[in-house]
Design a protein around this ligand. Structure first.
Ligand code: NAI
Ligand code: SF4
Length: 441
């Protein structure tokens, strides 16, 4: 049984409201934190080993310690709730069912960082959630946990919710800041990082919803205890949103010591694959991370079991491994066609490219066109090599990681499933009537 820190009270009726959340011990971590110094809290976060839960896995304590503190310049905390990575819906769950966990985490984090005005930037498609968050903010304010002179400490904090317009790119932290400033969501060049020059050129920490929610149990149980959960540099618990060909899609909290096999097949989590089908592949960290075939997913290159954590999933590098990413776990059974799947992703990235860099703006479109051709049975063998060449020219040559995110799925699909691409070229007449999975497994 996996340890629950974030979702332990998610099943309690009314936990969305302040009164019930408070009865369950809510805001006691905030009370404890406000008696500590910001430096002491930062130390707890560092000791916890918490890594950013949005996808990059950057150590949260380190990011906080990079925050510049020029005299007289306001600082900000911005929560990235623009959860748009295909396959990822864990932050939605947190905000919808446990809004006070996020608000409490934001209060502690804002106090630590010295942010008197903090923001939640939420994706436009989550249209019903801002009301939930705003209600929770009002409740917290009425109870003295937000606003002026919180709990008599002299610390003031306001939280505002900003709705995005539905662009994937606004989840990239600098595009998000541009959008929050009222401009088009174009990513900025980094450095300077937001910790130095962020919102309105002020020092800003941008953190994912789950990262900020995790601050509450860290303060509650201490950073040292949090670090004991999990393994190696994968400390604490991680939310995984599981979808695709599984019996029990949903959001699960894992402690990162379980194997991928256990996660897919045990009844506590995904409950196996419907109709006894075989596992073909999986994308374990949201659509931007490389697809992994079943044989490499269940064991590492060294034959060890593969675990649901940052290190094990990346074992073997991009050649064989993948990434924990945002925890959007997408399962493909034996009937699925990887070419079709990759084409769908290429269309998505082409549509969402902001257009600032040529390799991304043009390359994503070319990749989509070629994949469409191959999928329809109109491709040539050279197209597979062309596709490989294009993705290589995108990777590492763009302003923001959307370029890499568009290139990696294509690279991994060709690397691991080249036979499937070749089948489409060799069997044009079959491409229109049956997909590769159904025809070949
Ligand atoms: P990144 O690795 O560039 O940065 C991670 C964080 O560390 C950023 O906040 C950055 O400002 C900070 N940082 C890194 N070096 C720093 C330094 N020297 N000084 C100060 N701060 C520093 O990754 P990024 O662009 O933030 O995220 C990419 C990831 O986002 C991808 O791996 C992907 O998995 C994920 N993603 C998640 C989505 C979602 O819906 N959750 C959507 C799209 C992508
Ligand atoms: Fe825009 Fe793509 Fe360049 Fe990112 S990589 S800045 S999305 S064109």
């Amino acid at each position: 049984m996996s340890k629950k820190l974030l979702l332990k009270d998610a099943h309690i009726e009314g936990i969305r409201y302040f009164e019930t959340y408070r009865k369950q011990g809510g805001y006691t971590a905030a009370e404890k934190a406000l008696k500590m110094t910001p430096e002491e809290i930062l130390e707890e976060v560092k000791v916890s080993g918490l890594r950013g839960r949005g996808g990059a896995g950057f150590p949260t304590g380190m990011k906080w310690s990079f925050l510049a503190k020029p005299e007289g310049v306001p600082r900000h905390l911005v929560v990235n709730a623009d959860e748009s990575e295909p396959g990822t819906f864990k932050d939605r769950y947190l905000m919808e069912f446990l809004p006070h966990l996020l608000i409490e985490g934001m209060l502690i984090s804002s106090y630590t960082l010295g942010s008197n005005v903090s923001y939640i930037y939420i994706r436009g498609e989550y249209s019903w959630i801002p009301d939930i968050l705003e209600e929770a903010i009002e409740e917290a304010k009425a109870a003295g946990f937000l606003g002026k002179n919180i709990l008599g400490t002299g610390f003031d904090c306001e939280i505002y919710v900003q709705r995005g317009g539905g662009a994937y790119i606004c989840g990239e932290e600098t595009a998000l800041l541009e959008s929050l400033e009222g401009k088009r969501g174009n990513p900025r060049l980094k450095p300077p990082f937001p910790a130095v020059k962020g919102l309105w050129e002020r020092p800003t920490v941008v953190n994912n919803v789950e990262s900020i929610a995790a601050i509450v149990p860290i303060i509650d149980i201490t950073g040292a205890e949090y670090a004991k959960i999990g393994v190696g540099r994968s400390t604490g618990t991680k939310l995984i949103s599981a979808c695709g060909n599984i019996n029990k899609p949903g959001v699960y909290e894992i402690d990162m010591t379980i194997t991928v096999e256990e996660f897919i097949y045990s009844d506590e989590y995904c409950g196996g694959i419907p109709n006894g089908k075989k596992l073909k592949a999986c994308i374990p960290g949201g659509s931007s991370v490389p697809i992994v075939p079943a044989n490499l997913l269940l064991k590492t290159v060294n034959g060890e079991p593969r675990y649901m954590n940052y290190e094990s999933l990346a074992d073997g590098g991009f050649a064989t491994g993948t990434m924990m990413g945002s925890g959007g776990f997408i399962v493909l059974d034996e009937d699925q066609c990887v070419v079709e799947h990759t084409m769908t992703l290429a269309r998505f990235y082409h549509h969402e490219s902001c257009g600032q860099c040529t390799p991304c703006r043009e390359g994503t479109g070319w990749m989509h066109k070629i994949l469409k051709k191959i999928e329809k049975g109109e491709g040539k063998m050279e197209d597979i090599d062309l596709l490989w060449d294009i993705q290589r020219k995108i990777e590492g040559n763009t302003i923001c990681p959307l370029g890499d995110a568009a290139a990696w799925p294509v690279a991994a699909a060709i690397r691991h499933f080249r036979d499937e691409f070749e089948w489409h070229v060799k069997n044009p007449e079959l491409c229109l009537t049956q997909n590769y999975g159904l025809a070949n497994y």
